[in-house]
Design a protein around this ligand. Structure first.
Ligand SMILES: [Zn+2]
Length: 356
């Protein structure tokens, strides 16, 4: 009994001291991302999906309408590429900082999909419109979670699909995209000592090596299917088979599912060739065949190259490219042409909560 006293006393004090912690543990259990004092939460409905946006303004005030417009544009871009928003529910935590620009996006499977991203309170509407990072993060939602050595395909797909998705929703142009690809794709080529994508975990090979894989696969799928299918058909097939970020899949299963959806064996063969060996891509020949000439401000898109039609379809989708051949050049806003493939506009459901 005597020995019990200090124990009981300790327990009594401890329970009191730890009560707030204990309560917060329960809150975390039932509400994975509890809103803090300076948070504003708004909800965006995109088709059948819901995006809860929490804006942490503790470091800097930030324009809620600007943030919501930016979230809406990114959600519409991803929806335009995949035909729907990838997961039923996303929690998006925006953390403000004193400054401008968008930084440090990260995406997790947690809670059905969670993105954390930092936004400067001085970010201008033009900077929001130029941002690629949020679209990149949302694209991560549309592919199953991979083992560490296959991180390159998760990043590569996000890098490659992001500008295309934004173009399809009218938020970027083909000319801007090709300028960036001509400048950046060489960063994905194997360097000395490279042991293939599964074994070379450098920044260049993870992000741009993965993007190079996606780009070469897209062109090959389009060539093999006489331009009727593209990488998007493979990726939509993976998503439709349940392969979103909430699922852990083997890379083999993902690539096989994608190939079956596109009716090809491009992804599996390319992976077999690239996973353990450095494979240089003849980018010069690819640009030429696709009708991408020059670079930077002098870059032009040519309509009489052998793969000009592939280039258009790659950027705009099969339906969008058809409309382009009927008049509008690629690089124009062709939201109307794409509307046949049903990209539901995001609906801002209004501010739902301010927690204080
Ligand atoms: Zn990423």
């Amino acid at each position: 009994m005597v020995r019990m006293e200090p124990t009981l006393g300790l327990f009594a004090r401890a329970r009191f001291l730890f009560l707030p912690l204990f309560l917060s543990a329960i809150l975390i259990l039932f509400c994975p991302n509890p809103a803090k004092a300076d948070d504003v939460t708004s909800t965006l409905v995109v088709g059948a999906s819901r995006i809860d946006v929490t804006i942490d303004t503790s470091q800097s005030p930030i324009s809620q309408p600007d943030v919501m417009k930016w979230v809406q544009n990114a959600a519409e871009s991803v929806t335009a590429y995949y035909g729907r928003f990838p997961v039923p529910h996303l929690t998006l935590r925006v953390i403000s900082f004193d400054g401008s620009g968008v930084q440090h996006g990260m995406t997790w499977a947690r809670g059905g999909g969670l993105i954390r991203i930092r936004v400067g309170g001085k970010t201008s509407p033009a900077e929001f419109a130029d941002d690629w990072m949020l679209t990149h993060e949302m694209i991560h939602l549309a592919f199953p979670s991979m083992a560490d050595e296959h991180h390159w395909i998760e990043e590569g797909l996000s890098v490659y699909v992001e500008p295309i998705a934004r173009i399809r929703a009218g938020h970027w142009t083909a000319l801007q995209m090709w300028r960036d690809l001509v400048r950046d794709m060489p960063k994905g080529q194997p360097q000395e000592g490279d042991a293939g994508l599964d074994h070379t975990h450098t920044w260049g090979r993870t992000y741009w090596g993965g993007a190079l894989f996606a780009f070469v696969a897209d062109v090959q799928i389009r060539k093999q299917t006489k331009n009727k299918k593209g990488l998007e058909d493979a990726l939509r097939g993976i998503l439709d088979a349940g392969g979103d970020i909430r699922e852990d899949w083997d890379i083999e299963k993902a690539l096989k599912t994608g190939d079956q959806a596109a009716g090809v064996d491009v992804l599996e063969k390319l992976y077999a060739a690239w996973k353990d060996k450095p494979v240089q891509v003849d980018l010069g020949t690819m640009w030429k065949e696709l009708g991408v000439a020059g670079s930077g401000g002098a870059l032009t898109l040519q309509e009489d190259a052998p793969l000009s039609a592939v280039r258009q379809a790659l950027v705009m989708g099969t339906a969008g490219a058809k409309a382009a051949r009927a008049g509008a050049p690629d690089g124009q806003n062709f939201r109307a042409a794409n509307s046949a493939s049903a990209s539901p506009r995001a609906v801002f459901a209004g501010r739902t909560m301010r927690s204080e």
